[in-house]
Design a binder for this molecule. Structure first.
Ligand code: DGJ
Length: 741
């Protein structure tokens, strides 16, 4: 039982793991936010919910001057009653009026967690894992309802929120904004942490104190984007990996989003997250409803580390689905950086043969296998094999690759169309565009209009026929541009602003149909690397290509930043050639391997160019990863040194049963006489004894955590890793080995 309701006082108290979330209905109408933080008993409301008489803040209850919605901490504010802060919802009615008033109506508690129709969502496998509180708010004048959902998992510190708006009237209403969550905090004593970036530099960490006014993150690109992730954190000043209060907000959505914090005149903070209201509207006829995507809220009293581990476990176990949720991912070789578009079957088979000899398990054929695509200027949409390159087709190639003992995987970019393609010549209206205006290309391509059912059906059919044409076990689903000229030929004038969200609903429908009919295929999403690395995509595809930047140094930043919210089991991570194709940097093969191993491991280089020495090193890396991957996939990550704070980076993984450890230390530039570096582990049992694999040396947990392991490395771009196993005896049983009187 994780939801407690005080019927009389109308207090709602959710307990999720070590977290409490409390709301109360005040003045019998307004749903106030009381508390979100460390688990506690239900507080005294007079103490917890303050009122103040504030100048220039209107009083909706005329007799109570201490009462103002401009001051009250609210759950789902509308701006009515003169709350001048950012509203969570706005709408316009047929009669031109724009006022929304949402007053408390009713509640019910549902066992488990209901599905969100057509949208990706965290799920339960058994009803007793979680409870969901449904609170209904009603606009008494317009018969509009907002149904707020709050799911609390009993043993996970996550609260999942979403909102459905229902039009129960006879007139139409056009929603102009529907946030998925809003929280009003009493103070502004927080810092804001976000994950900005660009292509090849995704999810770097930025941190700044809150200040008066608005600080926000958003995407207007038609995708969650490389540029800002639909994730941010409010944390107490000075919070670090282990200490301090941290609140995470993550939207389970892959399109335009907006989230942020507004610090008001009294230094209170309103936080919101949802679909971007920029270029959004949604018209509801009488009887229709709109479902907003969900947000995952995580609170931690033990800094960023605990917050991340809560997200990681939740997403690994109750967001990602299908066969690969619970099984390890194959070690792959991808031909993109080895050949780009310039390959023959013979060349591919040469790489595949080498991959098999080295111990890899999956060969992925990237872009360039279809139509007449020898450059990125044509053929997207023409998903038939180029027989000049692959005379025996995909089936023939897959069979030859299978004869080496490898699985076969394929790249596709189904949401796109090249102007130079049969598909575009046949259906020029199928792309996103505004009639009479230029159709701006990006990477020589246009975006198909997935708000259209006929386009979605075509994609499902085209992709399914490719997948059924050969024994394909893996798909890299790419998406290489953002939208422009937002418009759809199939929508009436009044509904043009529905296109971006209708596109996402179309995409999710396509993905659901394809992944559910191909349950044995491992899907990896990609958008020019990590341009759509979000929980929405992870619901359909358990892993994402983290970045097109495969340089080991750059990857330290990208993977560290990504790990704030997404688990390493969702990050595609490959060893590539040097000098690196993006950063032009030459790093050691060891460092490239060690960085890539903290993710879904693979190679992306011409294996036929390797020296014998490199082959031996790669064989050893593959062997090491095979031994590690089961527990890396499900283990807890501890970030120990941040690349954003210095020259060295370190992290470790602890297996679920806490008996195995993989620790990695990375140094970017060498420093002469730089002093002693130590790898101090964490979260071990102080009295247990751990043995370092391959060395046989044994140390107690307290020594590993307080003195640490000595880091020995010379030169630029170095790394050192340790595998440790807990030895199942403690001091009492074998004291003589470790202690001298
Ligand atoms: C962008 C991807 O991120 C790359 O890995 C590669 O698949 C190219 N697209 C192919 O066009």
């Amino acid at each position: 039982m994780s939801i407690f309701v005080d019927e009389k006082q109308k207090i709602f108290h959710l307990q999720a793991g070590n977290t409490s979330y409390v709301m109360k209905v005040v003045k019998e109408k307004y749903l106030a936010h009381v508390y979100f933080g460390k688990k506690m008993e239900t507080p005294d409301m007079e103490n917890a919910l303050l009122n103040r008489n504030i100048g220039f803040s209107p009083n909706p209850e005329a007799e109570d001057k201490s009462y103002s919605l401009d001051f009250l901490c609210q759950e789902y504010p509308t701006g009515l009653g003169c709350d001048y802060r950012i509203p969570a919802v706005s709408a316009v009615y047929d009669d031109g009026s724009r006022t929304v008033e949402l007053l408390y109506d009713s509640y019910r508690v549902i066992k488990g967690k209901p599905k969100l129709p057509g949208l990706p969502a965290v799920y339960v496998e058994a009803e007793d894992e979680a409870d969901t509180l449904e609170i209904t708010l009603v606009d008494p004048v317009k018969d509009l309802k907002a149904v707020l959902w709050y799911t609390a998992f009993s043993d996970r510190g996550a609260i999942i929120r979403s909102v459905r708006v229902e039009n129960h009237s006879r007139e139409t209403v056009t929603l102009e904004k529907v946030m998925s969550a809003n929280i009003d905090f009493e103070t502004a004593d927080y810092e804001l942490v976000t994950l900005p970036g660009a292509w090849g530099r995704e999810r770097h960490i930025e941190r700044q104190p809150l200040r008066s006014g608005i600080q926000s993150v958003e995407s207007r690109r038609g995708a969650s984007s490389h540029q800002l992730n639909p994730f941010f954190v409010l944390c107490s000043k000075g919070a670090n990996e282990e200490y301090g209060e941290v609140y995470g907000f993550n939207l389970v959505y892959s399109g335009n989003f907006n989230g942020g914090a507004e610090v008001d005149q009294l230094f209170k903070t309103r936080v919101w997250l949802g679909i971007n209201d920029y270029d959004f509207s949604w018209t509801l006829n009488g009887g229709e409803s709109f479902q907003a995507p969900e947000t995952v809220l995580v609170y931690s009293t033990h800094g960023f580390g605990e917050m991340s581990r809560t997200y990681h476990k939740l997403y690994r176990e109750r967001l990602v689905r299908g066969k690969y949720r619970d099984s390890v991912r194959p070690i792959l070789v991808n031909n993109w950086e080895a050949t780009y578009f310039d390959f023959t079957e013979e060349k591919l088979l040469g790489i595949a043969k080498e991959a098999a000899d080295l111990g890899m398990e999956l060969f992925v054929l990237d872009d360039g296998w279809f139509g007449k695509r020898n450059l990125d200027d044509c053929s997207l949409g023409d998903w038939y094999v180029n027989k000049e390159k692959l005379p025996d087709g995909l089936d023939g190639l897959a069979k030859k690759i299978a004869s080496y003992g490898l699985q076969f995987g394929l790249w596709l970019e189904p949401e796109m169309v090249s102007v130079d393609s049969d598909l575009y010549r046949e259906h020029p209206d199928w792309c996103i565009h505004v009639p009479g205006r230029a159709r701006t290309e990006c990477r020589n391509q246009l975006t198909l209009d997935l708000s259209r059912k006929d386009v979605c059906d075509y994609i499902v059919e085209a992709v399914s026929s490719v997948l059924d044409s050969a024994d394909i076990r893996y798909v890299k689903w790419d998406m290489n541009r953002h939208m422009s000229e937002f418009g759809s030929a199939s929508l009436p004038a009044k509904r043009q602003k529905e296109m971006p969200h209708r596109y996402m609903l179309g995409l999710y429908d396509v993905l659901e149909r394809i992944v559910s009919s191909h349950p044995d295929v491992l899907f990896e999403s990609c958008s020019g690397g990590g341009g759509r690395f979000d929980p929405g995509m992870l619901y359909y595809m358990p892993q994402t290509w983290t970045s097109d930047d495969t340089d080991a140094v750059e990857r330290l930043f990208i993977q560290y930043g990504t790990s704030l919210v997404y688990p390493v089991s969702t990050m595609g991570s490959h060893v590539s050639a040097v000098p690196n194709h993006q950063a032009l940097r030459t790093t050691s093969l060891k460092m490239r391997g060690d960085v890539a191993m903290s993710g879904n491991f693979g190679y992306e280089l011409d294996l036929m160019q390797l020296t014998e020495e490199e082959k031996e090193e790669i064989k050893a890396q593959i062997q090491q990863y095979k031994e590690l991957r089961t527990f890396l996939k499900s283990g807890d990550m501890y970030r120990l040194k941040s690349p954003f704070e210095g020259n060295d980076t370190a992290w470790m993984f602890l297996s679920e049963d806490k008996t195995e450890i993989f620790a990695a230390y990375f140094r970017v530039l060498s420093k002469v006489n730089s002093g002693i570096a130590r790898m101090k582990l964490t979260a071990l049992e102080p009295e247990a004894v751990y043995e370092i694999a391959g060395e046989g040396k044994q140390y107690r947990g307290d020594e590993l955590m307080n003195i640490g392991l000595s880091v020995e490395m010379q030169g630029d771009f170095q790394s050192q890793t340790w595998r440790l196993k807990k030895i199942m005896y403690k001091r009492k049983e074998k004291p003589e080995v470790f202690f001298h009187s």
